[in-house]
Design a protein around this ligand. Structure first.
Ligand SMILES: [Cu+2]
Length: 138
């Protein structure tokens, strides 16, 4: 199964216009996880193996989506905005020149191929408690 999830938004838009609006016309508003000044919304998201999750920075501050390498399944592909292969690379890039930063309106997507709990964090707001979880089910 390889489908994108646009939880809620698609249905809401379709309902509002009676389903007549094309999917392409809705793309600008479709994401699964948004961001506030210091948090992800929602903080917990459950998807199925093969789903692609879309994050969008819906706030006015820069954020990252950076997986905790020790808190995703062993067989899972590492994910981080900026495309880094490891958490240490992502953290180093942030420290160096804000690598991986998502500015307002920027998106990051990741396809989840392995079931299990995936915890991730916003590097600059980690101490403020900006972290969240994607639960992937078979
Ligand atoms: Cu942040």
């Amino acid at each position: 199964m390889h489908r994108r999830r646009f939880l809620g938004r698609v249905g809401a838009v379709s309902a509002a216009v009676g389903g007549s609006l094309s999917v392409a016309g809705c793309l600008a508003d479709e994401y699964d996880v948004g961001m506030l000044a210091s948090g992800y919304v929602p903080e917990e998201l459950t998807v199925e193996v093969g789903d692609t999750v879309v994050w969008e920075n819906t706030s006015s501050r820069g954020h990252t989506v950076t997986a905790y390498q020790a808190a995703i399944p062993d067989a899972a592909t590492y994910f981080a905005s900026g495309g880094f292969d490891t958490e240490s690379a992502a953290r180093e890039a942030w420290t160096t020149d804000f690598g991986g930063r998502l500015d307002t309106g920027d998106r990051f997507t990741h396809e989840f191929g392995v079931a299990g709990r995936h915890d991730y964090v916003c590097i600059p707001h980690e101490t403020g408690g900006m972290y969240a979880t994607v639960f992937v089910e078979e």
